[in-house]
Design a protein around this ligand. Structure first.
Ligand code: S3P
Length: 396
């Protein structure tokens, strides 16, 4: 794949930006809309490949969608309406697709196989398979990774305490719980994102899932984060990110930015489909270093590479703790973030599960390896806008 050259911003960033719909909410709208009775009208769905992967897998099992400009109708087939796919299900690059589907497939009456791209094929799946097996599921992973084979079985409810901070594991168990006899309870001491719980409640759970409703997916705060960060770094900037998802479990990045002294604020505009939505405003300003405790990581887990980039612009040493889960994302984001910063002339090192970043960096520019990981590419593109370049990104 081609390398992309990156330069600094040519002037202040000003105006208002609408980012694509939240990816986590989008997956759940398609999945739970399919398992409901009725038609769910979805606006603002992310046009990215991950949500498309979920759609494709569901279509391969008989789900139906009708599309018109700006609107996707999910024609629900009901909890028992999925059919055996003709071949293996391609989850692409999307861990959420694979892990949530493992939960749904556990309760079906047919077998299915899930596979993904090179990145997804390296990611751990036993963390999902293990609790599902406790419910009675028949799941085989390949040395703990994809491809994953799931044979539908009668399930029983369990009480399960999450051993890892993963909303995907939690969601897989809850989705299997829709098919289980008795109650399923997941204890989540980490406070991971709760979009599955909210979407279930929106569609009528507990009780039959009914989708005669309309839903506009709020903007993805994990995408808005890049624009907010760019505004903070580029002198004279002020950006408004409009209609962003402001779920408490997703605000960690913006809260951390405020602690660093950045002029970032948000206002809650209302609640839609059980999720809070509102605008975020970010202005240019100087940054102080950050101390981030491990328990705050679930609230900004996808934003850590970007946060580390910002720390490199701050005046002093930042320490971000408890980043072990970053090793299991689309790439080893812990190692790759430190390597990327170092490649551009920054000072960053991994210390166990912590990332230590010393700022302000004396940037030299350089070539950053993205490992095909979208969040690394975006984080380092923002670094270059802020003056860390000229840079080049592999696999941009
Ligand atoms: C997600 C949960 C998080 C996050 C991912 C999306 C979700 O992963 O990193 O981008 O939609 O449930 P984990 O469940 O592995 O923490």
């Amino acid at each position: 794949m081609s390398a992309k050259t990156l330069g600094r911003a040519r002037g202040p960033l000003q105006g208002s930006v609408s980012v694509p719909g939240d990816k986590s909410v989008g997956h759940r709208a398609l999945l739970l809309g399919t398992l409901a009775e009725g038609t769910l009208s979805v606006r603002g769905l992310s046009g990215g490949q991950d949500v498309a992967s979920t759609r494709r897998c569901l279509e391969a099992m008989g789900a139906r969608f009708s599309e018109s400009p700006g609107l996707l109708r999910v024609l629900g087939v009901g909890l028992r309406g999925l059919k055996a796919p003709k071949g293996p299900l391609d989850c692409g690059n999307s861990g959420t697709t694979m892990r949530l589907l493992m939960g749904v497939l556990s309760g079906q009456t047919f077998p299915a196989e899930l596979f993904g791209d090179a990145s997804l094929s390296g990611r751990p799946m036993e963390r999902v398979a293990a609790p599902l097996r406790l419910m009675g599921a028949d799941i085989k992973t390949t040395d703990g990774k994809p491809p994953v084979r799931v044979s539908g079985r009668p399930l029983k409810g369990i009480r399960y305490a999450l051993p890892v901070a993963s909303a995907q594991v939690k969601s897989a168990v809850l989705l299997a719980g829709l098919y289980a006899e008795g109650e399923t309870v997941v204890e989540d001491p980490f406070g991971t994102r709760d979009h599955t719980e909210r979407m279930l409640a929106f569609l009528g759970h507990p009780g039959p899932l009914r989708s005669e409703k309309a839903l506009t997916v709020p903007g993805d705060p994990s995408s808005a984060a890049f624009f907010a960060a760019a505004a903070v770094l580029v002198p004279g900037s002020r950006l408004t990110l409009s209609r962003v998802l402001l779920n408490e479990g997703r605000l960690g990045f913006f809260t951390a930015l405020q602690e660093m002294g950045a002029r970032v604020s948000w206002s809650r505009g209302g609640v839609h489909a059980r999720e809070t939505v509102g605008d975020v405003v970010a202005d240019h300003g100087a940054l102080k270093p950050l101390r981030l405790a491990a328990e705050r990581v679930p609230g900004l887990v996808d934003e850590v590479p970007l946060l580390a980039v910002l720390c490199a612009f701050a005046d002093g040493e930042s320490r971000l703790e408890g980043l072990g889960e970053l090793r299991h994302k689309e790439s080893d984001r812990l190692a790759a973030t430190a390597a990327g910063l170092t490649a551009l002339g920054g000072r960053a090192r991994v210390d166990g599960e912590a990332l230590v970043v010393s700022g302000p960096a004396r940037w030299t520019g350089g070539r950053v390896e993205t490992h095909g990981d979208h969040r690394l590419a975006m984080a380092f593109a923002v670094a270059a806008l802020g003056g860390a370049g000229p840079g080049a990104l592999s696999d941009a």
